[in-house]
Design a protein around this ligand. Structure first.
Ligand code: HEC
Ligand code: HEC
Ligand code: HEC
Ligand code: HEC
Ligand code: HEC
Ligand code: HEC
Ligand code: HEC
Length: 335
């Protein structure tokens, strides 16, 4: 009787602990929902239209007051800001003049505005508990050691990879790794396959990326399954996205750095998802859905199973040899 009561109390307790911890571990909604599923309406929509009416269109108009005529011009592509992408970006809740001077409300814009200094990421995100999980300070430290940092004087900043009007977190809440890989690679290709942009920062001659990576078999397939930073950055355990880009001579070239059980991809591309279930090779295959790295996916049960078979076979051989020896001895005794 007492035993029964004790047993049910323990069962209730255990199930309570289990359910409460599973609630505690449930990720917050906004951490998992990709930003673009939310139907976001900015409270600055109207005000921003004051800028978008020119910067969000293929052409802009202004009135020549002396002649009373309306003049149309094409908007320079480099000055174009995509409305839809802006309202899906991390900074969608901003108004343009949160980052840009109020003076931009006048047109033609004053010349000295070009010299305006812009906020850096750390100005707003540095030492802020709200963004602690992103480790901005560490990212900044890594960036300062990266190969691009030497171009700081030429104007290289975090904004060059994180487009102020379109950047959206991806790998952190990705449900489609292929899409994230394409998104992250496009960040690099923005300059590395667009010489117009590249030459704003460097006097180097144009580099043919495809030729430079010819040693990689199925290059197209590889570039769809791994990001540039997998090979070009140094792994860091505490941040999700490595920011220490190395000089080209330190890039990963050996196949088995990825195609092996302790693949470097587990510490970079698959970091977020692999942490929880790294132990179980089969699950890797499932959660990584499209990307199944040959060699990186091995199963623990299969490992133990094959060991079992190995010992089994050795055992059978031993028994067999033992009886053979006995038999031979018996025969020798008989003759
Ligand atoms: C009547 C059209 C028009 C409106 C309205 C307008 N702009 Fe512009 N803007 C331009 C054109 C054309 C350029 C490129 C020529 C120049 O730099 O003056 C430009 C350039 C810029 C630049 C780049 C300056 C540089 O460094 O070269 C910024 C930043 C900018 N605008 C921000 C804004 C903001 C913010 C608003 C809204 C508050 C705004 N603009 C409203 C037409 C407009
Ligand atoms: C979170 C801050 C931020 C917000 C919000 C923002 N901008 Fe910018 N914008 C920047 C920064 C930083 C640059 C310089 C980018 C660089 O150095 O590459 C820039 C550059 C520009 C340029 C120059 C061309 C370019 O893309 O480099 C234009 C035009 C511009 N912004 C217009 C706008 C308009 C219009 C809005 C509102 C819809 C807006 N910006 C909102 C930070 C912001
Ligand atoms: C002018 C201040 C300011 C600057 C500069 C700025 N941010 Fe932000 N950022 C914010 C604010 C405020 C939010 C929150 C916006 C919201 O919740 O609507 C935000 C949101 C974000 C988010 C999403 C956070 C989340 O959990 O949803 C990321 C990631 C981010 N910023 C990265 C950057 C990076 C990288 C840079 C530099 C390239 C940068 N920010 C520059 C103020 C800024
Ligand atoms: C050479 C390009 C490059 C530069 C420069 C760069 N980043 Fe990034 N950063 C990336 C890429 C690629 C990602 C991955 C984006 C994704 O999938 O969410 C990223 C992601 C991030 C994230 C989100 C990480 C997370 O945990 O979700 C933050 C925050 C960030 N960068 C901050 C910075 C800051 C701060 C700087 C400057 C000190 C900087 N970045 C400079 C390429 C760059
Ligand atoms: C599988 C690993 C791998 C991937 C993925 C990869 N790279 Fe590379 N990359 C290398 C190696 C190794 C070199 C050095 C080649 C050499 O020594 O000529 C290199 C060279 C380079 C160089 C230097 C070229 C030069 O000679 O100056 C650039 C720039 C570059 N890669 C950019 C990229 C970009 C952008 C991407 C993503 C689209 C990318 N890489 C993807 C391994 C990789
Ligand atoms: C804003 C433009 C821009 C972006 C974005 C950019 N790069 Fe670069 N990168 C450059 C330029 C310019 C150089 C040449 C620097 C020089 O003169 O040596 C360079 C150099 C490199 C090199 C060669 C370093 C060496 O040893 O010569 C590698 C590797 C590289 N970038 C990788 C990347 C990767 C990976 C990304 C994306 C995460 C990226 N870059 C994003 C402009 C860019
Ligand atoms: C940065 C990590 C990385 C490196 C380095 C790397 N691979 Fe891969 N490789 C992958 C990934 C990820 C896949 C994609 C698996 C998938 O999606 O099916 C892949 C796929 C392949 C495939 C199958 C391609 C296909 O069409 O399905 C072959 C073959 C291959 N790699 C050979 C190599 C060889 C040979 C090397 C060395 C020269 C190499 N890989 C270097 C990560 C890497």
């Amino acid at each position: 009787m007492y035993f029964k009561i004790l047993r049910t109390t323990i069962m209730v307790l255990v199930s309570f602990i289990l359910t409460s911890t599973s609630f505690a571990f449930k990720p917050k909604k906004e951490e998992w929902r990709p930003a673009d599923t939310a139907n976001f309406v900015s409270k600055f929509y109207k005000e921003n239209e004051g800028c978008f009416k020119c910067h969000g269109e293929k052409y802009y108009e202004y009135i020549n007051e002396a002649q009373g005529t309306t003049i149309r011009h094409n908007m320079y592509v480099e000055r174009f800001v995509d409305r839809d992408l802006f309202y899906k970006s991390n900074h969608k809740s901003f108004k343009c003049t949160d980052c840009h001077s109020e003076e931009y409300k006048k047109f033609p814009h004053a010349g000295e505005l070009r010299m305006e200094s812009m906020y850096g990421c750390l100005d707003c995100h540095g030492n802020d508990d709200k963004y602690a999980k992103y480790h901005f300070e560490e990212i900044d430290a890594e960036y300062q050691q990266s190969t691009h940092f030497k171009m700081e004087k030429e104007g290289f900043t975090c904004w060059k990879c994180h487009n102020p009007h379109t950047y959206q977190i991806s790998i952190r809440n990705t449900e489609n790794l292929t899409k994230t890989i394409a998104y992250d690679n496009a960040i690099c290709l923005n300059c590395h396959s667009d010489f117009d942009r590249y030459q704003l920062l460097s006097d180097k001659k144009e580099i043919n990326l495809i030729k430079k990576h010819e040693w990689l078999p199925n290059q197209a397939a590889h570039f769809q399954s791994v990001r540039c930073i997998e090979c070009h950055s140094k792994a860091n355990d505490s941040i999700l996205v490595n920011h220490l880009l190395m000089p080209k001579d330190s890039a990963v070239r050996k196949c088995n750095e990825c195609h092996s059980q302790n693949s470097i991809l587990m510490a970079s591309l698959y970091k977020f998802k692999s942490k929880e279930r790294r132990k179980d090779g089969f699950f890797n295959g499932v959660i990584l859905n499209e990307s199944y790295v040959i060699g990186a996916n091995r199963n623990e049960y299969l490992n133990s199973f094959s060991l079992l078979i190995l010992f089994g076979v050795i055992g059978v051989i031993c028994v067999h040899v033992f009886f053979r020896i006995i038999k031979v001895n018996q025969k020798e005794d008989e003759s």
